[in-house]
Design a protein around this ligand. Structure first.
Ligand code: GDP
Ligand code: IMO
Ligand code: MG
Length: 425
């Protein structure tokens, strides 16, 4: 029987999804990205070697796996091609086992520049990755986007790009005082990309539904996290795609009723890159300590991540939104030295207590947290491989998280390497 699993982030991204995908890929045949773009940075560490994936699914290191990029992903061709060649240089060949949907929308230089210019003039910056993600998705919804299938036909591409450049150059000049873009240069650069990408372009929804019919096992790789979701996240401080499991069908063409399980990934604490509310955020001084301990710097932009305690109100909501039955807790080792560990179990605002995630931006931004405190374990967990070897206080912490968020915790990660994992039966 096939076993089709979805992996999603339950916080604000960077939970450690890459590592979990790499591990669970072992029992899957296909690994599929369905949303986001190269705003994602998914880290896998094998035998001391670090790989950071932005567009290529994190299962690619397993040489017998097929990796698919679904139509819901926005593709920056230059970035994708350099990822392919960097992997090749490190001995990983993706030819014949990487397929990209012909329906993916393409990121152009004007998307990237617009992303940065809009950030500059906004009153409240979002703190985007500057990769052109928002503007590319906006063009998709606005029906002026250019897809990979268009790029494959130079005449169609020429016309669509011309239209876009004409309109965009006028806006860039008038609104942003930017000189605009040369049609010729983009056209030529992207035609070159087209030829290099052609062998990878495919009908991904057909590929994956055929795989399902043949009882192959699929693993869907979410990017970002539940609270960066365009609808359910801390809007407007979110990304521009559906990051929850619900995005899979529209982002890949997968049929809904063949998805068997949703696995959530959460850090044992919380991080966030970019702006926006963060109820459990540490003081700057303590944030520094945890950032250093957890090496909390963005895998895509290198920006320092903001750090805070585990927010059980948020993760419980992510569990509900995604239908998560099983959860992985990452980076337990980062808490090893602490005497006391706190978890937010409710928010309080104007005398009212919110045990369920309130969605009201004012409550989330201005509310205070009700905490539960745990005694630390003060033991180096990095070498632990069996649940029974974990210190009692660490087990208590894991059990409490499990009860608070109402999902079974089946794995705990205690270091960045592939083998630093504790499975719980
Ligand atoms: P993703 O975007 O969800 O895939 O996560 P990132 O790769 O952006 O960030 C996770 C970071 O934590 C990476 O640097 C991983 O190598 C690292 N990491 C993953 N699991 C663990 C763990 O259990 N302990 C520690 N200390 N680091 C981990
Ligand atoms: P992975 O898949 C963490 C954040 C940005 C910013 C907001 C909008 O590695 O978990 P965007 O460039 O998407 O328009 O930025 O979303 N963001 C991420 N934060 N991990 C990510 O991906 C992210 N992708 C986007 O920092 O706050
Ligand atoms: Mg990341």
């Amino acid at each position: 029987m096939s076993n089709n699993i979805v992996i999603v982030g339950t916080q604000w991204g960077d939970e450690g999804k890459g590592k979990v995908i790499d591990i669970l890929s072992q029992s899957s045949d296909y690994i599929i990205r369905f949303q986001g773009g190269n705003n994602a940075g998914h880290t896998v560490v094998v035998n001391g070697k670090e790989f950071i994936f932005h567009l290529i699914p994190s299962g690619i290191l397993h040489k017998d796996k097929i990796c698919l990029i679904g139509n819901g992903v926005v593709v920056d061709p230059g970035i994708l091609l350099s990822e392919i060649s960097q992997l090749r240089d490190r001995g990983i060949e993706v030819k014949d086992r990487l397929k990209i949907s012909q329906l993916c929308h393409i990121i152009f230089p004007y998307h990237k520049i617009l992303d940065k210019l809009r950030e500059k003039i906004r009153t409240h910056r979002i703190g985007t990755t500057g990769r052109g993600i928002g503007p590319c998705y906006a063009d998709k919804i606005n029906r002026c986007g250019v897809r990979i299938i268009d790029l494959m036909r130079p005449d169609v591409f020429r016309e669509k790009l011309k239209d876009n450049i004409r309109e965009k150059n006028a806006i860039f000049k008038k609104v942003y005082g930017h000189p605009g873009f040369s049609f010729k240069r983009i056209y030529n650069d992207y035609l070159r990309y087209a030829e290099l990408l052609r062998p990878f372009v495919s009908n991904v929804s057909e590929l994956l539904n055929t795989a399902v019919a043949n009882n192959k096992s699929l693993l869907f790789e979410g990017a970002q996290g539940a609270f960066l979701d365009i609808d359910f996240g801390t809007y407007p401080y979110v990304t521009s795609s559906s990051t929850i499991a619900g995005g899979i069908c529209s982002g890949s063409g997968m049929v809904p009723f063949r998805i068997n399980k949703v696995v959530g990934v959460a850090k044992s604490y919380t991080t966030r890159v970019g702006q926006g509310p963060f109820p459990t955020e540490f003081s700057p001084k303590f944030s520094d300590i945890i950032r250093r301990k957890g090496n909390e710097f963005g895998a895509t932009t290198g920006r320092p991540r903001r750090c805070g305690w585990f927010d059980a109100v948020m993760v419980a909501e992510a569990v509900r939104l995604n239908g998560i039955s099983e959860l992985v807790i990452m980076k337990l080792d980062v808490l090893d030295d602490l005497r006391k560990i706190k978890v937010c179990v409710a928010y309080k605002y104007k005398g009212k207590i919110f045990r369920r995630y309130p969605y009201d931006p004012e409550v989330i931004a201005k509310g205070t947290c009700l905490w539960r405190e745990f005694a630390g374990w003060r033991y180096a967990t990095g070498g632990v491989r069996r649940y029974s070897e974990l210190p009692g206080n660490a087990k208590d912490y894991i059990r409490a998280l499990q009860d608070l968020v109402r999902a079974h915790i089946f794995m705990v990660s205690v270091g960045s390497s592939r083998n630093q994992i504790v499975r719980i039966r």
